[in-house]
Design a protein around this ligand. Sequence first.
Ligand SMILES: [Zn+2]
Length: 58
Amino acid sequence: MRRLFEANRILETHWTRAVAEPFQAGGCLDCRGRTECPQLDWAIGITAEIAAVTFQKR
Ligand SMILES: [Zn+2]
């Protein structure tokens, strides 16, 4: 579950920044633009992966 926690933290950072300062690289060092960010891609991938596993168990 530690991966999910880290992924959530990254997602929160991005969503917050996207609203407040879309063009500023706030707490993310991987951001190179609004639509290009390896860290954000990773976080979304982890979230989707864990969500799929959770859904299967229920
Ligand atoms: Zn980023």
